[in-house]
Design a protein around this ligand. Structure first.
Ligand SMILES: Nc1ncnc2c1ncn2[C@@H]1O[C@H](COP(=O)(O)OP(=O)(O)OP(=O)(O)O)[C@@H](O)[C@H]1O
Length: 233
């Protein structure tokens, strides 16, 4: 299994550097939460990992691969699954078609949908022939996660997956993320506003402020003082 390694990453939209010297490591199977107030660069960090900002400098490796030299599809094919904020499922496609899209990033050519996705999110089996756009926000989030899993990733990158979602579905999504990490061994990088969930689910955390890492550690070191200082508004 590959490790991700970022050193002194800078990432730009136009001429503005949003990330300014970010370093972190993600060991195989590790769960890292990325915390911070609005606008500090959390989404930009995930986009940078996927190659979706205008320009980057620094080092970003996944196993032996230099990610900064690869296109976004090449990064996906290495096994990095990205679930962006806003989910971005295809509304006109059925649930089945949306999930099948994920299989196109597989390198082994297999196009069938893994059965465990339907155990994890039974509603997707019930609604398999419905259009993605007809699902509720929470169901679309489950679909977006299922689509990313259909490519059989090694790590999953999630941007506030429970934001704006009905409370009963939030719990299911949180449980699924924990299972994917603990039972399926997926590495996880999660942008999250919910500190109690980040503390419970992840191994380590980092706090971003103005494009820099201002604090990092093991999740049991995520004290109320840190939350007070860096995360309350
Ligand atoms: N496409 C873009 N072009 C120019 N600037 C951008 C773009 N996307 C984000 N920014 C700027 O980059 C900074 C960081 O934004 P980012 O979305 O990464 O923050 P965030 O921590 O994820 O915030 P939020 O929690 O609100 O999503 C902000 O100042 C934002 O205005």
């Amino acid at each position: 299994m590959e490790k991700m390694h970022a050193r002194d990453l800078y990432s730009y939209y136009g001429k503005s550097p949003v990330l300014q010297g970010v370093s972190f490591d993600l060991a195989p199977g590790e769960f890292l939460s990325v915390l911070g107030r609005n606008g500090v660069g959390k989404t930009t960090l995930l986009k940078t990992i996927m190659g979706l900002t205008d320009r980057c400098a620094g080092a970003l490796d996944f196993g032996d691969s230099d990610l900064l030299s690869l296109s976004t599809p090449q990064r996906s094919r290495l096994g990095i699954g990205y679930i962006p904020q806003g989910r971005e499922i295809i509304p006109q496609f059925t649930v089945r078609e949306n999930i099948l899209m994920g299989t196109f990033a597989r390198t082994d050519g297999r196009r069938e949908i893994p059965e465990y996705l339907f155990e994890m999110f039974p509603i997707l089996a019930d609604f398999i022939s419905r259009r993605g756009g007809d699902l509720s926000g929470g169901q679309q989030q489950q679909l977006a996660i299922a689509r990313a899993l259909a490519m059989d990733p090694k790590i999953l990158i999630l941007d506030e997956p429970t934001e704006g979602i009905q409370p009963n579905i939030v719990k299911q999504i949180e449980e699924a993320i924990i299972r994917l990490n603990r039972e399926h061994g997926l590495g996880i990088i999660l942008v999250e506003q919910n500190v109690p969930f980040a503390r419970e689910a992840s191994d380590r955390f980092l706090v971003l402020d103005k494009g820099r890492v201002v604090m990092s550690g093991r999740s049991n070191e995520l004290t109320d003082t840190i939350v007070e200082e860096h995360l309350t508004f």
